[in-house]
Design a protein around this ligand. Sequence first.
Ligand SMILES: [Zn+2]
Length: 345
Amino acid sequence: MTKDEFLQFLRDPDVCKEIFEIVKKGGKPAVVAPQVQPQQKFSSIADKLKTVYPNANAPQIQPQPAPQIQPTPQPAQPPKNNAPKGSGSLADKLKFLRGHLDKVREEEQIAAAKAQEKSPAEKYTVISNRRCPICEKDTRVVKTKSRINVEKRDLDYCIHYKDFDPYLYTVLTCEHCGFAAEEKKFSGAWPNKLKETLREFLKQNDMKFPFVEERNAEDALSLFELAILFSEMTDQSKGRQAILNLNAAWVCRCEGFADRERDFMEQAAVDFEVALENERWPINGISDDMATYLCAAIYFLINEYDKSTTWLGRIMNNANLRATAPKLFEQARDMWQDIKRANKA
Ligand SMILES: [Zn+2]
């Protein structure tokens, strides 16, 4: 058969109908073709078709209208299985398998990306070495990196960072003897007498905190308590203890430990009051004006407005402060207005 004859053959309505039937039945001929002799000759295409498909003109079966089924309440269905049914075509099965493979590959890529993603502690901390001032051995310590995204600042200078809390790492500790202190004190010089006091104490009391790269809030709070204890045993600086208590309160605030936060805040306020009366400032980089402001801010945040007002009065009455620390003066004035509003409410 030539190409033209074949195209003419395809245009024949009977042939079209027959092809439609074949496709409808999944590729199987609608009628069984008789055995045709290879050498058999036909007078025309119609003659050939009549011989090959003798019942090709069989009347078309009209589709029956679907019977009306009344909806009945259905029990809860189990989750649908998206897999093709056993009787689905090869194309359907391939489509399902391709879709499934794409999904598996996508899940693998997400898992691999997650595995490579660093935890906040890995991103924002670094391990370095320090010489312990008490046992004088080199110890690993975890330090925070400087670039961390700030989310907001509270009245008492507590900074909330986006996905990391650097206050967890404020206290450094020695993995050999268990001494703990904030950076400035850990790296500073210690009088021999105080060193001896602590060495003796640490020899008799095992206070070693195991080295961990990633601290949780409980680890951090224990270390704050240790640092405060060692301060009480040695320098007895209420200024240092006030700052440590305030930093511990910030850890509690970031973690949502409201009751413990209040305990640390109250202790910080009392320590600041004592230190402002008796100690020489600055302490750990904090001036006496700033400590006065912090004392007022702590009392404000724990709703003790009278005490807050007393400490704010000291700042507002300091004639030089407007010139020497205008920002601090403005912050104190704003807090004064907040207290007036709170008292009216
Ligand atoms: Zn040590």
